[in-house]
Ligand binder design. Sequence first.
Ligand SMILES: Cc1cc2nc3c(=O)[nH]c(=O)nc-3n(C[C@H](O)[C@H](O)[C@H](O)COP(=O)(O)O)c2cc1C
Length: 280
Amino acid sequence: MKKVLGIIGSKRTSGNCELMAKEISRQITEPHQLTLLRLPDFNIGYCTGCYRCLIKNKGCVLNDDLSTVLEAIADTDALIVSVPTYFLAAHSCLKSLIDRGISFYQMADRLWGKPAVGVGVAGIEGKEGSTLLDIERFFATILAKNRVSKIVYGALPGEVMTNKRNKLMAVELAQSLFGEDKENEGFCCPLCGGRTFRFLEQNQVRCMLCSDAGTMRISAGQLVVEIEPDSHQLLASEGQALKHRDWLLSMVKQFREQKDSLNAVAAEYEDGTVWIKPER
Ligand SMILES: Cc1cc2nc3c(=O)[nH]c(=O)nc-3n(C[C@H](O)[C@H](O)[C@H](O)COP(=O)(O)O)c2cc1C
């Protein structure tokens, strides 16, 4: 039997995110066991930027719940992420985990390529902001394969399931999870499948998921985007993710070599500036 992990990005018990994840699970036809994990209940600290987790068998310096969450993701066959929109973006619990992403390389072989579907719940039609992009970035960082991610609307706890359109959405997501991989279908970045772009000068665009740039033009009445992969890819494939890890390791080596001169630069800024510190 397949294992499906549902990551719930809301603190609300029996809220819209939880119900959507359960509904998607109900619509999956393959025999499976659904396990849920309420991400904001876990203590996920801020990355200290020390890069210790890059070094084999060292691990992260923080003593928090990261390994519990990562182990749950590594142990599953497929993922459902259901997260609310908070102030025009996905709930920050997704970003908290993303920011610990350097730790993920140690278990890349156990994380890579798991099928995943995402649902972003917003209370006001059209006011989801960057939620979809945030979900796509979450999947890219945990090295999962985004099958389909969608936005649904519902404000009051439970309201999302009173809308027939949302139930149909749950069916579509359920079918996509173990169904045929319709890679990069519809209008999206031809490299990574991202659906959000920044307009640069003239006809230049940058994909906000892989951050590669290219051009846009109209062809036969359709907008066409062409994106050029640059030489430094972060997450486009397992090989590229590991190449990025090796680049980070080379930067650690470079830092060790240049430590004295860099410390001398920083020392020039030790000027007794007043800091406000948290009260403990
Ligand atoms: C702090 C906060 C900020 C919110 N910001 C937005 C927003 O920017 N756009 C929106 O459409 N809904 C917003 N909402 C509404 C939630 O996305 C909506 O109620 C959703 O159904 C919550 O999911 P849940 O029931 O699983 O917690 C916000 C809700 C809260 C509590």
